[in-house]
Design a protein around this ligand. Sequence first.
Ligand SMILES: *Cc1c(COP(=O)(O)O)cnc(C)c1O
Length: 393
Amino acid sequence: MAEIYYLDNNATTRTDPAVIEAMAPYFGEKYFNASSIYSSAQYVRKDIEAAREEAAKFINADPKEVIFTSGGTESDNFAIKGIAYANSDKGRHIITSKIEHPAVLETCRYLEKNGWEITYLNVDKYGMVSPDELKKAIRKDTVLISIMYANNEIGTIEPIEEIGAIAREAGIYFHTDAVQVAGKIPIDVKKLNVDMLSLAAHKFHGPKGIGLFYLKKGVRIHSISQGGHQERSKRSGTENVPAIIGMAKACEIAGEHLKDTAGMAEIKALRDALEKGLLEKIPDIIINGHPEKRIDNTLNVCVKHIEGEAMLIHLDFDGICVSSGSACASGSLEPSHVLLALGLPHEIAHGSIRFSFSKYNTAADVKKVLEVMPGIVEKLRKMSPMWNERDKK
Ligand SMILES: *Cc1c(COP(=O)(O)O)cnc(C)c1O
């Protein structure tokens, strides 16, 4: 196989070999159902509870506040529908933002069709939610605020602690989708004032199909599934043991990596080198997202007068894996809802490319992009009517 330059770590990450190793016995000799009574199964139960402790430690929660789910999407659905259904006697108004992941936005739209009212907060040109705007949007019948911790497309980090304090004072439940933050910034649910938080293991070198839902003690929520009473009856179904063990290992490794300042700095240095190099080598580009309050691994650029998809395909010929707009939005011709919310015009938002790094990237990845991308842009611009018309406007 030709060389791959993987710069799409906000879509998914490579599973750490140590995670795969930790999972393997649970496909093999430790295959028992943790709900069974015999001792072989009870050892598996103990391993699940040890994994819960490890996952809880990662976000500074109590193990009893950790529910294992199938990933980010399920955790987001759980928070929003679970709160909406359990608190509809109090009110049917929810506040979120325009730049949330589809797992949040589509769940809100679904509720909207079923009698709930949703306020979608605007963001500024960097993708920041304004705490003042949020305060103004709060009503007597507001039951939930859901704002993401960091945006998956542009990396902007939202003022979650401040929003959490506002929600607490108003007595409204607060959920944050922290999927893009895990392994990038330490997460402390107590400091953040959150009632619920979503994580997905595959975004931080864990396996796919497993996630964490932090549910603070005392929150009034509906169960996501009824059945055999697993996960304290909140999410019934036989536990995905190998994946749970794998996620716990990924939490442990990510926790260690967060303390490794040199390792963390290297990811940022690679991202910054790519940003600097692109600005030097390609005229007429825009960097999206907040200049400082941005997760260190993410670089989103708009290359004016050409299409992101065309660039993506040409980069792929050279083995470079990136994303245009968001992976979940690709396949449609609409530009990214996130970039539009920043106020970018359609024709500029169409030219977006997202590079996202992980601990597995090296300087060779940056070098390769800087070698091939200026030529690709030049070639595409020559063919672009928008580029040839640009001076006549
Ligand atoms: C990837 C992602 C999700 C979805 O997580 P899955 O585990 O793939 O369902 C949700 N929110 C954000 C911000 C994401 O980046």
